[in-house]
Design a protein around this ligand. Structure first.
Ligand SMILES: [Fe+2]
Ligand SMILES: [Fe+2]
Length: 299
């Protein structure tokens, strides 16, 4: 039994796993001299598999590698593809400011190594996932140029049966950390003009290395943290730096009327074992009133 529904909402129609900021380096050199990005990615992918979820897609929202090295893309592919195959899920690669478009295209998409934006439209059983490329070759800040905006406008002109999710690296949100403002996504007003009134239901992003959320043009935005290292937000904004802890990924559940973004910490913490599949089956055998009696009534 995997799909039961005891409440007002039918089970999610689609499920997406959002992983971000893997920042792999060739030969697994430690990132910043201290972070083992390959081991941390492996831990995240193991955690994804432990959920038992069979996602409709695994979306990597950028900074796939730290320096755009071909060897790093090869290592990423080697780590991710067997997991995606076991889960039966397509992988969606989104470019980040640390990536290099030509090497990404050649290494992950088997495409020509050009500087063209890495964009894509994926049909996840009626749910449309659009990958945007917010990177600017040679720079770390974000932007969506006029050509890509026009392309997006044309794609969105035709709505999808279950609506659309956008995925891009630089979130169209403010950050309370000042240095992120320097690298922010530019031309947000122009992007908002394209998104407003369309069938876009959610925006997935990365880049910040911490999990956050907000709204943009009335659409919920969810930022997945990183697998490589995360920002230690326990510090004052001016002193925030990376730490080798707090890694997480997002489980995105797409319901008919809403989309939820659950933050899943990558943790080996000891966990209780009260709730089990057998417990759930016992609940399923009861009437709604019986379930309330068995599980809601205070003893
Ligand atoms: Fe990053
Ligand atoms: Fe980034």
């Amino acid at each position: 039994m995997t799909q039961v529904s005891f409440g007002q909402y039918p089970p999610a129609a689609r499920t997406i796993v959002n992983v971000s900021d893997t920042h792999l380096l060739a030969d697994n050199r430690p990132l910043g001299g201290r972070f083992d990005t390959a081991a941390n990615l492996h831990a995240t992918l193991s955690a994804v598999e432990r959920t038992g979820v069979r996602p409709d897609a695994i979306v990597f929202t950028g900074d796939l590698t730290d320096l755009g090295e071909p060897e790093a893309y090869a290592a990423l592919r080697q780590s991710v593809e067997p997991v995606a195959e076991r889960l039966g899920a397509p992988v969606v690669w989104v470019a980040g400011n640390h990536d290099e478009r030509p090497a990404l295209r050649a290494g992950l998409l088997d495409a020509e190594p050009t500087q063209d934006p890495v964009t894509g439209v994926h049909d996840l059983g009626g749910l449309r996932l659009i990958a945007l490329d917010s990177t600017v070759p040679g720079w770390h800040h974000g932007d969506i140029d006029a050509a890509q905006l026009e392309w997006l406008r044309a794609v969105l002109a035709e709505p999808a049966p279950l609506g659309t999710i956008l995925a891009l690296h630089h979130p169209p949100l403010p950050s309370h950390i000042p240095f992120f403002d320097i690298l922010e996504l530019r031309h947000q007003r122009e992007l908002a003009d394209v998104v407003a009134g369309s069938d876009v239901r959610a925006i997935l992003a990365g880049h910040l290395h911490y999990s956050t959320s907000g709204t943009f043009a009335g659409v919920p935005v969810s930022v997945a943290s990183a697998t490589c290292y995360t920002m230690n937000l326990q510090r004052p904004a001016a002193e925030v730096n990376g730490m080798d802890a707090g890694q997480s990924f997002h489980l995105v559940h797409v319901y008919e009327d809403t989309i939820t973004h659950a933050v899943v910490p990558v943790s080996a913490a000891e966990t209780a074992d009260f709730f089990t599949a057998e417990w759930l089956e016992r609940m399923a055998e009861l009437s709604p009133e019986g379930r309330l009696e068995a599980f809601s009534r205070k003893r």
